[in-house]
Write a protein that binds this ligand. Structure first.
Ligand SMILES: [Zn+2]
Length: 182
């Protein structure tokens, strides 16, 4: 747990809050996996995957929430039941490609399934795709995805700027009101 937060942390939190709000807008209700309808949905999703990791099928350890379309400024995935699956701790670390960019969930799954028969990998991918359809993850148009990206980038820059400006304002006020000669 971080004990302090940088302007970047604040900006990233604001972006995730926005992506959560948009996800809830499409789902039509609040989506916290810790209580209420969100918790019920999360339990149902875990049961759909047999209590196992959606990528490697291990049942070891508590399952974590994986956003298929990443819940960040890389992919702008929404916090929505159709975008979350249970995965083990090891699989929750998304692979990167040769250019150090995170890969999409299908490529990540393919890497997790390295060495397994292609039919096994295909079955796991099909099950995840069924999950996306079952929970009606919105099939966003390129224009909608673009709009989400533009708004999220603006929010990120504004929050970061506000934190930096707040310090500048404090320094200015501190200079004006504090008598350093006392
Ligand atoms: Zn796994």
């Amino acid at each position: 747990m971080a004990v302090y937060n940088t302007p970047f942390d604040a900006a990233n939190t604001a972006v995730r809050s926005f992506l959560t709000s948009v996800g809830e807008h499409y789902w039509g209700r609040k989506f916290t996996t810790a209580s209420g309808a969100g918790q019920t949905a999360w339990k149902e999703i875990c049961a759909d995957f047999g209590g196992a990791c959606a990528y490697c099928e291990t049942t070891d350890g508590p399952m974590q929430i994986e956003h298929l379309v990443m819940f960040n400024r890389t992919e702008y995935g929404l916090h929505h039941p159709g975008n979350i699956v249970p995965v083990c701790k090891a699989c929750n670390k998304r692979c990167k490609d040769d250019t150090k960019c995170f890969v999409g969930w299908r490529d990540h799954l393919a890497r997790v399934c390295t060495g397994l028969p292609p039919s096994v990998a295909a079955a796991r991918q099909a099950r995840i795709e069924q999950h996306i359809v079952k929970f009606s993850y919105p099939n966003l148009s390129p224009q909608e995805r673009h709009a989400i990206r533009v708004i999220a980038e603006s929010l990120y820059e504004n929050v970061k700027t506000e934190v930096v400006k707040s310090l500048a304002l404090y320094e200015k006020l501190d200079e004006a009101f504090v008598d350093r000669t006392a």
